[in-house]
Design a protein around this ligand. Structure first.
Ligand SMILES: *Cc1c(COP(=O)(O)O)cnc(C)c1O
Length: 424
């Protein structure tokens, strides 16, 4: 890549949450393999992000490459209206197999945000089919569910800048995020805000939507499994649906295949994305029970009213199917446990630093929360100079590496974090 490409990018191409007048520098990556990203000048960076939770097997994986190229020679895409194909049925069989038995009807869509839109629409159509007026959702403060309007309407109001879209965005109910951490002694008081809201509002509520155990982009908060167990009980008690957004937590990231398993609960609707294709291409899945799917189908519309152009894209489905097989045939539990143990050993000492507010680890997730927001471009420069790729946001410096990372590579990531934290 030439310098003029980088200048062209800065001038013409939007990046996630980035200014068009003062863009944060973008680093040119020309290839990626295993746990390394290669810069245009040939330098290699150890990847601490797995491209936002997604590339769990690392990059350029021979098995996923083969699945993709084999599918390419058959067909990259064909419409899903009135047509089905082996990649979709194979993938959905696997998804049913690895999730709770009650989740057996699957909607395949393009991205995580769309999976959340689909989940919200399913909940609304379900209650409409039952002749009940329930138009509102309960979500947690500090939650993140995506950037489209429906998804944004259930994100933390401050983090997702609800004020920018006031008048257009539907308004829902937000309860205080759980305060009790994953490893702390359980405090039943954590439930009071939700209990109080349900006593007042339950009749209007279609569903409660949560990120199970780990709140990702809204603050990388890791909460107590008893909270989620109680949310399930409250949903049952008040006859409200539970939507679990496992787009970030799914496929082993927290040490369980799905984070709901930490609390041994099953949601009524489950959203999957990110690591679904091993980080190769975009795809999401929304799973629900036969009861909900049938109720929706008996409603006024006679069907679920959604159908994206690229629904069930065969290329994406073939890669996802191969990625799940690869995961199931790997010792991922050991890999994730080893990453967890090492992250704890190497990051927890940072808790003693006065500039550090908290250090949290669960599975293959390591978070250093600073007391003050960090300078992202400055930290990125430091990390690239250290030979690692870590992208902080706000006060958070965090790692979600590919599961195949070696101990030596992981130490390089934690050392780079330690070095910069000590300078801040
Ligand atoms: C990333 C994410 C989404 C949105 O997924 P996109 O593919 O970016 O649209 C939704 N929910 C959670 C929990 C996520 O982490």
């Amino acid at each position: 890549m030439q310098l003029n490409d980088i200048n062209f990018d800065a001038k013409h191409i939007w990046h996630p949450y980035t200014s068009m007048t003062q863009p944060i520098p973008a680093y040119p990556i020309v290839s990626a393999s295993g746990v390394e990203l290669e810069l245009a000048d040939g330098r290699k960076l150890i990847d601490g992000m797995a491209s936002w939770w997604a590339a769990i097997h690392g990059y350029n994986h021979p098995v996923l490459n083969q699945a993709a190229s084999q599918q390419l020679t058959k067909m990259s895409h064909v419409m899903f209206g009135g047509i089905t194909h082996p990649p979709a049925t194979a993938l959905c069989r696997q998804l049913i197999d690895i999730t709770d038995d009650r989740l057996e009807c699957i909607f395949l869509a393009d991205s995580g945000s769309v999976a959340v839109e689909v989940a919200l629409k399913m909940a609304l159509q379900y209650w409409q089919a039952r002749g009940e007026t329930r138009h509102q959702f309960i979500a947690l403060q500090r939650g993140y569910h995506g950037d489209t309007f429906g998804a944004m309407s259930v994100c933390d109001p401050a983090n997702s800048m609800h004020s920018l879209y006031r008048g257009y965005l539907p308004t829902h109910f937000f309860v205080q995020a759980p305060q009790c951490g994953f490893y702390q002694p359980w405090q039943a008081d954590d439930l009071i805000p939700l209990q109080k809201m349900l006593t007042e509002q339950a009749g209007k509520i279609a569903a409660i939507i949560v990120e199970p155990i780990v709140q990702g982009a809204g603050g990388m908060r890791i909460y107590h499994p008893n909270y989620l167990t109680a949310v399930r009980e409250l949903c049952d008690h008040y006859n409200i649906l539970l939507i679990a957004d496992e787009i970030a937590t799914g496929f082993g990231r927290t040490g369980k295949l799905f984070a709901c398993q930490h609390s041994a609960i099953t949601p009524d609707i489950l959203c999957l994305g990110k690591a679904l294709t091993g980080g190769y291409v975009t795809l999401s899945a929304t799973l629900t029970s036969r009861h909900i799917a049938e109720t929706i189908s008996q409603g006024k519309a006679g069907c679920f009213m959604h159908g994206p152009t690229f629904m069930g894209n065969p290329l994406a489905c073939a890669i996802a199917d191969a990625s799940i097989t690869l995961l199931r045939n790997s010792p991922w539990q050991k890999w994730v446990k080893d990453i967890e143990t090492q992250l704890m050993a190497e990051l927890f000492p940072l808790r003693d630093q006065p500039q550090v507010a908290d250090v949290r680890v669960l599975g293959a997730i390591g978070v250093v929360e600073m007391k003050n927001p960090v300078n992202v471009p400055e930290l990125q420069r430091h990390f690239v100079a250290e030979g690692v790729w870590i992208r902080p946001f706000g006060k958070l410096i965090y790692l979600t590496p590919p599961y195949i990372i070696t101990a030596v590579q992981l130490t390089k990531l934690t050392e780079a974090i330690k070095k910069i934290v000590l300078k801040l």
